[in-house]
Design a binder for this molecule. Structure first.
Ligand code: NDP
Length: 288
């Protein structure tokens, strides 16, 4: 079997066009452009690159971008005050705190300062709680993008067996909850799971979110299964690979996300979509 490639770049392009049109209508209706404030602590090159990508994405689509880069010697108190002030700033609709924070910072206390209605990364416990009880809220962007790839490619989810490998708060766990909302029968596997291969082999939909290059191999995957790979692993030779051994899994799967070019590009658009949603939630337009 040669798997259908679930092309994230193509989907991201379509989603960006749809969002651009929605933002235009929003601006015409409210007279206000949605805005995003990114808060980060200077010094991490990966974080700088990510900020540039987000800024470009915002500017291309009509979202106002505010950069709040704090100096490397910032204290926890200053970080919390910054987030608190942005939460009360009516000109700011979405707040993104770059994670992980440098050692010595308490991410939970910082996140607690973000107004949940501005929490475009879906990391505030309020939004995690809404997702857990199946009510609308801010959904973390990476799993939201994974679901978009499945739904827009008409992959059947209802009644299917799904195994999510990885249980992090930002990827694995919310992805499992989103699949459950779509009526999949969900198993969550992690580093203590016994016989991972057997658990993965049961699944019609396999989701990998571990950060372990090539963990999922072709012999672990049921023929015809759909495979979503969230992994972004940089090898010593500079190549970027997923958590799935693409060559062997593409032989048995019916559909698979490539790395790069799968879940990654869609994640970034989901963030921008959450900014528009945040602006709507703050009474600037229709809720939804
Ligand atoms: P974390 O390190 O927070 O979580 C990894 C999870 O994988 C944990 O639950 C861990 O289990 C589990 N795990 C680790 N090793 C194994 C193993 N051998 N067998 C089974 N489970 C294992 O990572 P994230 O969730 O933040 O990220 C996961 C991947 O997704 C990374 O490659 C990251 O770069 C990528 N990512 C991709 C994004 C995208 O847009 N595509 C965005 C964000 C992240 P345990 O809980 O027991 O420790």
């Amino acid at each position: 079997m040669t798997a259908l490639i679930l092309d994230g770049r193509a989907l991201a392009k379509t989603l960006r066009e749809e969002l651009r049109a929605e933002i235009q209508v929003f601006v015409q209706t409210t007279g206000v452009a949605p805005s995003l404030a990114v808060v980060k602590i200077a010094g991490d090159p990966a974080s700088e690159r990510y900020t540039r990508t987000i800024r470009k994405g915002c500017e291309e689509i009509g979202i106002v971008f505010y950069d709040h880069t704090l100096p490397p010697d910032t204290t926890q108190a200053v970080l919390e005050e910054t987030l608190h002030a942005l939460s009360f700033d009516r000109a700011v609709h979405g707040i993104l705190l770059h994670l992980p924070l440098p050692p010595g910072f308490d991410a939970s206390r910082a996140i607690a300062q973000i107004d949940p209605h501005k929490d475009v990364d879906g990391v505030h416990p309020y939004n995690a709680g809404l997702l857990a009880i199946g009510q609308p809220g801010m959904i973390p962007n990476t799993p939201a993008g994974g679901m978009e790839l499945l739904l827009r490619n008409n992959i059947p989810i209802k009644g299917q067996r799904a195994t999510v490998v990885g249980r992090s708060v930002v990827v694995g766990k919310p992805m499992a909850l989103l699949l459950l909302q779509e009526h999949a029968t969900v198993t969550i596997a992690h580093s203590r799971t016994r016989d991972l291969a057997a658990v993965v082999r049961e699944a019609d939909i396999v989701v990998a979110a571990t950060g372990k290059p090539g963990l999922i191999t072709g012999d672990m995957v049921k023929p015809g299964a759909v495979v979503v790979d969230f992994g972004v692993n940089v090898l010593e030779d500079g190549r970027i690979v997923g958590d799935v051994d693409f060559a062997s899994v593409a032989e048995v799967a019916s559909a698979i996300t490539p790395v790069p070019g799968g879940t990654g590009p869609v994640t970034n658009v989901m963030l921008l979509r959450n900014v528009l949603r945040a602006a709507r939630w703050q009474g600037l337009g229709v809720r939804g």
